[in-house]
Write a protein that binds this ligand. Sequence first.
Ligand code: XUL
Length: 513
Amino acid sequence: MFLGFDSSTQSFSAIVLAVDQNKIIAEASVNFGNDFPHYAAPSGFILGGASGEVHADPMMWLEALDLVLGKLSAQIDLSKITMLAGSGQQHGSVYVNETFDSIIANLNPATSLKTQLSSSLTRSTSPIWMDTSTGVECVEIANAIGGDAEVCARSGSIAIERFTGSQIRKFFKQAPAAYAATDHVHLVSSFIASVLAGKSLPIDFGDGAGMNLLNLKNLTWDQDLMNATAPELSDKLLPAASCLKPQVTISSYFVGKYGFAETCQVCPFTGDNPASLVGMGATTPGQVVISLGTSDTFFAAMTEPKTDPQGFGHVFGNPAGGFMSLICFRNGSLAREAMRDELGVDWSAFDQNALSASKSSTGKNLTLPFYGAEITPRHDFEKPVTEFSEDPTDALRIRSLLEGQFLNMRLHSQWMGIAPQRILLTGGASKNNGIAQIVADVFQAPVERLEVANSAALGAALIAATAAGNDLVKLQAIFCQPSPDSRIEPDTHLAANYASALDQFKRLLESQI
Ligand code: XUL
């Protein structure tokens, strides 16, 4: 059996595959807002950060790891798991002191991870991908390297606020003593993997590419980028490695507490988007995935690291080899939830409304779908900007918000030069038919959804199974099938409407930024 974890923005989940039975035999998850009210982080992050700061408490992720394993061990015998892997929300960083390695090597199963590890941080909270507070540091890094084009040529992305490099630099500038006391800078992914392994594990190439520190030509940390970021950074980063290379057996804490076998191996964890590429069965070029999560992402496998001339898109590592392109939109579920709450409807009514609004005026009602700062395009919006040609009913407002989200995605993915023949849709909101229909209509391509909604945790479990010697392509043919009734065809009568809507959307956007 193979176990995959996903530590995402709003929840922590796990999937166990029984490969000999071709099925998922256990699943468990924790929703930070609902299950852990004591962190006062209803969406998984700390509210009220100044100047675009968005942080989360790493102890919350460890408490979730304990709780999810408690739930899984009540369902199945965890001693049957031979290999585990995982994924984490990308870019977020965890700063640990010199006690971390000895604490994780000697964890006591009689008490919790959180109790034992809370003293091992040099920075009590972790900046996460939603943070937009490091604009100054991005300029400093780019200037030191010779401009954004050079940063992008080396690392696959221009210097980006949410990427780990600028966050590390800001920490070094604001708290130099705490930075100096930092033994390792981990990503969310490598932090959790290390706790499971009882030893600090490397950062995976796929996730490491989201740091503005990994040189994509040789997949090692780039000395110039490290120098531009913070002093002695090379001492604080473990070497980058592939998530398919198991590192060590699981720590005795998990053997004693949850019944894992001592021989169970741990792979380096990757990022949620690379894991999702695996879980969607999209690791070979030719397919596009849209993931509707806290952030919405648009991604595809690619052979060569092609970069976005406008600087919004990124190149990450593909766990199966090669690369993936990715564009991230910050106003994903958070914007859909904000409108749902504003109108006082539930998800089912939201979806019905999206379907019922008249399509006849498509392109004449526009919404820039941003309830707060956006990263694609980069701008501090405060609320959606609308241009309605008729009375905006609730149904029309919902439809227009969703159209705005996918027009923005279509506009900013043009650089990839992909005309999708099929879109694979995943993430919490993907099961809603109204939303899926609008994706199909805006992109004029059929949409399919897989049986398993949590593609990142599934992808992680598939990575574990592959690392143990199974064939990924064969596994994907079994576990990554579209669910039979999930295909939604585009309404081809709307092709011209959406082509002109795209121009109108671009005009409205340019008038605002
Ligand atoms: C990708 C990104 C987000 C996070 C959280 O660049 O910032 O998708 O990985 O899901």
